[in-house]
Design a binder for this molecule. Structure first.
Ligand code: SAM
Ligand code: DTB
Ligand code: SF4
Length: 334
């Protein structure tokens, strides 16, 4: 006979009705998300995989390639980031890349099998004349037949509409961490500033990509609260990147110890359960993960990844290693 807890989990309750096929959308409490984390690991993974299969083909993984189009020299003080001008990292600053070079990199990413191209700039927020160049990049990358994504910092009024008009598909802007913990990571802007930009992106009709970083010394409750804040947005993000902190020497978080890998997998599972129709992206920190750990993340419901040798300023897992893993697991890239 099935154990009582497993039987209860087998029948989805109103607590986790899928948000796109139910009239009632479940709003999560932090206590409920924390309770997900506190389930025995096997039950959490089983429940996450069950929810995953209700909405996605469990053998398909979406692949995005990243490019840093403007590197370093950022005015913000994000404690994890190699690109803050306030930290003494050995990163070389680079100006905004010429459009032609960006388009060539996008074509190369497409040729290797990426479906989305994400362009990241180390800005607090874009100046209007810089935005004009990014709009040109979006138009040209889109014309290659790729989905487009940019992450440019906080947007001022009217900028999201311009991006939408240029054909932008996704805007990445992470909540990064729980509102309560935010001030211990970033002081130069607030969690509410992030929410404000997300609202502008949503209102402009652009898909929202928003997630966070774990392994920054936050508590499990903070992790659960961050997922609650994402899941309870007026509409959950279409794409939810979960980054494992890459400790960069010279940043305030450069010496932090690694997080228990099972806690990372639990976070992926809780993201999958709370945001059943979103793509959950296994993001920064993948290079340091074994193939087996990545596989556990896919089993927990991760169905998107960054594909390509580099993230923004740090290295990503090698393409040849990713291709071999897809082959061994029978995964298909979408
Ligand atoms: N300046 C823009 C912003 O802050 O939204 C865009 C670029 S920023 C580098 C994009 C995201 O990368 C951050 O929100 C954070 O989640 C992630 N990130 C940056 N450095 C990281 C690190 N060392 N480890 C893990 N994730 C990191
Ligand atoms: C996201 O959540 N992770 C990506 C993307 N969105 C822009 C960036 C990861 C950056 C990791 C550290 C670096 O390479 O600088
Ligand atoms: Fe600047 Fe973004 Fe890095 Fe913060 S995360 S320092 S805003 S580039």
């Amino acid at each position: 006979m099935m154990p009582a807890t497993a039987a209860a989990l087998a029948t989805p309750s109103a607590d986790f009705l899928p948000q796109d096929s139910a009239h009632v959308r479940h709003l999560w409490s932090v206590a409920e998300v924390l309770a997900l984390y506190e389930q025995p690991f096997m039950e959490l993974i089983w429940r996450a995989q069950t929810v995953h299969r209700q909405h996605f083909d469990a053998n398909e993984i979406q692949r995005s390639t990243l490019l840093s189009i403007k590197t370093g020299g950022c005015s913000e003080d994000c404690s994890y980031c190699s690109q803050s001008a306030r930290h003494d990292t050995d990163l070389e600053r680079e100006r905004l890349m010429p459009v032609g070079e960006v388009v060539a990199a996008a074509q190369a990413a497409k040729d290797k099998g990426a479906s989305r191209f994400c362009m990241g700039a180390a800005w607090r927020s874009p100046k209007d004349n810089d935005l004009d160049k990014v709009l040109e990049m979006v138009r040209e990358v889109k014309a290659l037949g790729l989905q487009t994504c940019v992450t440019l910092g906080m947007l001022k009024e009217g900028q999201a509409e311009k991006l939408k008009d240029a054909g932008l598909d996704y805007y990445n802007h992470n909540l990064d961490t729980d509102k309560e913990f935010y001030g211990q990571v970033i002081k130069s802007h607030t969690h509410d500033d992030r929410l404000d930009t997300l609202e502008q992106v949503r209102d402009a009709g652009i898909n929202v990509c928003s997630g966070g970083i774990i392994g920054m010394g936050e508590s499990r409750r903070n992790r659960a609260a961050m997922l609650t804040q994402l899941a309870n947005l007026p509409k959950p993000p279409e794409s939810v990147p979960i980054n494992n902190l890459v400790p960069v020497p010279g940043t305030p978080f450069g010496e932090l110890p690694p997080l228990d890998p099972f806690e990372f997998v639990r976070t992926i599972a809780a993201a999958r359960i709370t945001m059943p129709t979103s793509y959950v992206r296994l993001s920064a920190g993948r290079q340091e993960m074994t193939d087996e750990l990545q596989t556990l993340c896919f089993l927990a419901g991760a169905n998107s990844m960054f594909y390509g040798e580099h993230l923004l300023t740090t290295d990503n897992a090698d393409i040849s290693r990713d291709d071999a893993l897809f082959e061994r697991l029978g995964l298909r890239a979408v």
